[in-house]
Design a binder for this molecule. Structure first.
Ligand code: SF4
Ligand code: SF4
Length: 669
């Protein structure tokens, strides 16, 4: 055993020990979080890891940056063998993978090829950050990124240096070394002793940087190198738009929602470890874009900092805030909370729950769930919420709708339309869920009537719940008022089950999401269809005939709760195509990249006093296409865009219409 072997073994033991110490420390902090079962359905989870982590599908949504990361990721996977070989050499100087025989050359070829791809990707990463400067990196330090990128670059270059000098030392240049063979001339004038020194320098740089990189990870945002695959594996498998239920009858619960790290689940804490600070979420967040004090990235950076702060302050094995063993200095830290001391109320209430952040996040972080947990804490424990919500909550309690209308007038819109009510009909095949906006809002009522006209024209046997329908609870739930939401949900489930309802059509994507994805948590299992899907089927099955009006230029605005939450993107567009004979005009931000109108997450019922109004931002984007009609398929979007068009003084030129209205008009012609 050489002196170098002995020194290396010493360095390796220290490095691995320090790394294990840090991993154990981080895992012990995760144990602060609440329990949650995320180990079910292993095959489904593995499939997601293959697609999202190994396929890098989320990153590839941004093609160039995605490709760059793809090569770095796969470079590390392939080069793991080179790192093992170098470490093997440190333990035993003669170690090599040459024993692989005929497989050795292909392995070297792959290592050299992927190292080259990594080098090119790293250079592009520098170019991007220094020259292109994407907006999502603004106001965010790049120092750590430069440090890591430089480290990776030198790990690759030192590997090439090692190979080039080794080939000269053994006087055999292999064609498998597609890069390092070309570096050989740089060293060919040196004698064997100098080459040996060079070789050892390269080797120490290579393994030294690898060990430094490993131990730097737990202290940096690059912790995601270790946590992103587990985070993807443990990501939720329930429908995307489903919130977790609180068991309100659990008497052991002393607090609802989350105000500090121990109130989140271990998975939510793992989310914060995994945030790469890439800013993809910030770049698409409508609240952030329009100047609100919300950055989805900051939520998870704050959570991570708070975990580190609180985890370090807690004595080992003690996870109670009231521990007498806490030192005075620690007590101050323990008194802090994530909500208020790190994350403000304004940040939390700015979220529209549009889920654009979750759609983009390459490591499957669940932003909306954590934000709602904190809203739940504010509402259910502290009664802290924007004052406008006071009225909304009161209306929901008294009238079962966010607006102050008597529930006895819920079916007034149907007067003279011959609409059957479920309690008085036997042969309804579907239930038409009208929703609060569809029942009470004057503009949305026109859409409701249009749907009725279509259903009647197609001879669909349908009925409504009439005065027995109540708000689905979506707005209360997204506003953090789980108590009120569950009251409404349970009442509706009782009513729906009483009539043995199996199939529901609704025009409101918020109702759709609640009924389809969240009601099963409360014993309500129904087939729920959005009216755009239903109408398209009627057209395809020739149950209704629409005449083509080519003179209309229509653009379509995606509702977040219809698109991102429930993947309904094509049906509204196909319906438009049936009406105009042409594809609809697409806004720059459309489909899963669509921009929220600003009404989701109960924002419909709150003032928007900070920054630019989101509906204006969206309306401007639509008007830039110079359309005759802005089409939509959600009553909230309809209101927001109608207001936007009025504010832009374009109402005389551009109409905002629901897809159902467009179809009802086309039936007439
Ligand atoms: S859900 Fe939408 S508004 Fe909320 S943080 Fe994510 S992107 Fe921003
Ligand atoms: S939350 Fe996801 S998208 Fe946002 S910065 Fe972190 S890793 Fe990137």
């Amino acid at each position: 055993m050489t002196t170098q072997n002995i020194v290396f073994i010493f360095v390796l033991i220290i490095s691995i020990s320090f790394f294990i110490y840090n991993v154990r420390r981080l895992i012990s902090y995760l144990k602060l979080g609440r329990a949650e079962n995320r180990i079910d359905k292993p095959f489904q989870r593995l499939k997601r890891v293959l697609v999202v982590a190994f396929g890098q599908t989320k990153l590839l949504r941004e093609p160039l940056a995605g490709l760059m990361h793809f090569f770095i990721f796969w470079g590390f996977v392939v080069l793991f063998s080179a790192i093992i070989e170098s470490i093997g050499e440190g333990l035993y100087s003669e170690f090599s993978f040459a024993f692989l025989g005929s497989l050795h050359s292909p392995l070297i070829f792959l290592q050299e090829l992927f190292a080259l791809l990594v080098v090119v990707s790293i250079l592009y990463a520098f170019f991007r950050r220094i020259v292109l400067r994407p907006k999502r990196f603004e106001n965010h330090s790049s120092a750590e990124a430069y440090f890591i990128l430089t480290m990776i670059l030198f790990i690759m270059l030192s590997m090439y240096g090692q190979s080039a000098t080794k080939m000269l030392m053994h006087q055999s240049v292999s064609s498998a070394n597609i890069v390092s063979a070309n570096l050989v001339p740089l060293f060919s004038s040196f004698g064997i002793e100098t080459l040996t020194i060079f070789y050892h320098i390269f080797w120490w740089i290579h393994v030294g940087l690898v060990l430094l990189f490993l131990n730097y990870l737990p202290y940096s945002k690059h912790l995601h190198v270790l946590t992103s695959i587990p985070n993807v594996y443990f990501s939720k498998l329930t429908p995307k738009g489903t919130l977790k239920t609180i068991n309100l009858s659990d008497e052991t619960l002393t607090k609802f929602g989350a105000s500090d790290v121990e109130d989140f689940t271990w998975k939510q804490l793992l989310d914060s470890y995994t945030c790469t600070e890439c800013g993809r979420c910030v770049a698409v967040c409508p609240a952030n874009i329009t100047g609100k004090p919300l950055s989805p990235r900051k939520i998870f950076e704050d959570m991570r900092h708070r975990i580190y702060e609180k985890g370090a302050a807690l004595p080992k094995n003690i996870r109670s805030e009231n521990s007498d063993e806490s030192q005075p200095a620690q007590k101050h830290v323990l008194k802090n909370k994530l909500v208020d001391d790190y994350i403000t109320e304004d940040e939390l209430w700015a979220c529209t729950t549009c889920m654009a952040c979750m759609e983009e996040c390459p490591v499957m972080i669940e932003h909306v769930d954590s934000i709602i947990e904190m809203r739940r804490y504010l509402v259910l424990n502290e009664s802290r919420f924007p004052k406008e919500l006071q009225v909304t909550f009161q209306n929901l309690e008294r009238y079962y709708t966010p607006w102050a209308f008597s529930s006895a007038s819920r079916a007034d819109w149907a007067e003279g339309l011959d609409v059957p009510v479920i309690s008085q009909t036997q042969d309804a095949e579907i239930l038409f869920w009208v929703g609060c906006a569809g029942a009470f809002d004057d503009r949305a009522k026109k859409v409701t009537r249009a749907i009725v006209k279509i259903l009647q024209k197609a001879d669909v046997k349908f009925a409504i719940l009439g005065n027995e329908e109540k708000c689905t609870g979506d707005s209360a739930r997204r506003a953090g008022n789980e108590y009120l939401a569950q009251m409404l949900i349970n009442d509706n489930v009782t009513t729906l089950n009483k009539y043995n309802i199996r199939k529901i059509v609704t025009s409101c994507p918020h109702c759709l999401n609640a009924l389809k994805n969240e009601y099963p948590q409360f014993g309500g299992n129904y087939e729920v269809i959005h009216h755009t899907d239903f109408i398209l089927n009627l057209i395809k099955n020739k149950k209704i005939r629409v005449s083509i009006n080519v003179s209309q230029k229509i653009t379509y605005h995606d509702s977040c709760y219809l698109g991102r939450y429930n993947d309904v993107y094509d049906s509204p567009r196909e319906v438009i195509e049936n009406i105009t004979g042409e594809k609809c005009l697409e806004m720059k931000r459309s489909k899963d990249k669509g921009f929220c109108c600003g009404a989701g997450g109960s924002r419909m019922f709150m003032e928007e006093n900070i920054g630019k109004r989101m509906n204006l931002e969206r309306t401007e984007e639509a008007l830039a296409l110079n359309p005759d009609v802005i089409g939509t398929a959600c009553p909230f979007c309809l209101t927001m865009l109608t207001d936007g068009v009025k504010d832009k003084e374009a109402a005389d030129k551009v109409a905002v219409k629901d897809i159902a209205e467009l179809v009802a008009e086309a039936i007439d012609q």
